[in-house]
Design a protein around this ligand. Structure first.
Ligand code: NAD
Length: 281
């Protein structure tokens, strides 16, 4: 069984961003990612700090916009202001959102040119239509991890567990685009085990620790675990029972240290790319 080292893949991605950031700064553009934080959730705060640290390392300015108990209109106003601010090149909005606020609803107010995490429904539509767009960074990270281990998706059977608009659906669209036959499973799926057991690769983004075990996997299957659930002792656990799955899988991502670090680097890379496009030489 091969361990898919997300941290190593992230390190390789990290090499590309600083030189682009540097070239932008030489032209008077300080590449800036605005992170809108509408919650005081500790898990979110931890993730935002990790983005800020990673941004600092690659020369991207991270502007954290903490909002105290915002409602829908407050969030829309903030996202519109950042979209209009020429000193901001990328915008992401963290979750959890206040009750009754839908991410797609507010993210529709992120300028598509700054939508570095593909959260605006326009970006998802463009992805579905096969048009140039920023895909959600986590979905893109899944593709980067497949590529890192030399797994060619063309003609492969892949089961995607989870159908959210931020991970499962865009990841499935990207996998389809790369030639895979994709089965999408979700809470109402009747026989998850059967849907997974025939797949060459299983990608899991359910937020359900221990959901996928050895019995769900075909021998040699590739397993990408997107899930990150915080435990009471401050750790993160994935959706895959790593110990059991690793007895059958051909390759598997750890949690933490799998999808997460790659996602962060893609966000930062997208930010410098967005800054370049907004400021052509
Ligand atoms: P979500 O709650 O919006 O969606 C979860 C999906 O999984 C739903 O489609 C649901 O039907 C399905 N699901 C849940 N339980 C299931 C079960 N028992 N059987 C089959 N399907 C089931 O969550 P999300 O925002 O898509 O995030 C999913 C997970 O990925 C979470 O743990 C989240 O923290 C993590 N995540 C990680 C990263 C990263 O960079 N590593 C980024 C985003 C999300």
């Amino acid at each position: 069984m091969k361990l898919i080292e997300g941290r190593e893949v992230a390190k390789a991605l990290r090499k590309q961003t600083p030189s682009i950031a540097e070239a932008l700064r030489a032209r008077g553009v300080n590449p800036t990612l605005a992170v809108v934080v509408p919650t005081d959730d500790e898990g979110t705060a931890w993730y935002v700090r990790s983005i800020a640290r990673a941004a600092d390392r690659v020369g991207v300015n991270c502007r954290i916009e903490q909002l105290a108990q915002p409602d829908h209109d407050d969030l829309v106003a903030k996202l519109e202001a950042l979209s209009a601010d020429e000193n901001v090149h990328g915008i992401i909005c963290q979750t959890p959102l206040p009750e009754n606020v839908k991410l797609a609803d507010v993210a529709a107010h992120i300028a598509p040119s700054k939508d570095v995490d593909g959260a605006n429904p326009m970006s998802l539509g463009r992805l579905a239509a096969g048009l140039e767009t920023f895909a959600p960074a986590t979905a893109e990270a899944v593709m980067v991890l497949f590529e890192a281990i030399g797994f060619n998706l063309d003609g492969k059977d892949i089961t995607m567990v989870g159908r959210s608009t931020v991970v499962g659906t865009p990841a499935a669209l990207l996998m389809l685009d790369h030639g895979a036959t994709v089965t999408i499973c979700h809470r109402q799926t009747v026989d998850l085990e059967a849907e997974c057991r025939t797949a060459d690769a299983v990608v899991v983004a359910a937020g359900a620790p221990g959901l996928i075990t050895a019995k769900h996997l075909k021998p040699g299957a590739i397993v990408i675990d997107v899930g990150t659930t915080p435990t009471e002792d401050g750790q993160l656990v994935g959706d895959v029972d790593f110990e059991s799955a690793s007895e059958v899988a051909g390759a598997i991502t750890p949690v933490p240290g799998g999808v997460g670090p790659v996602t962060t680097q893609l966000l930062l890379r997208n930010t410098v790319v967005a800054a370049q496009r907004q400021n052509p030489a």
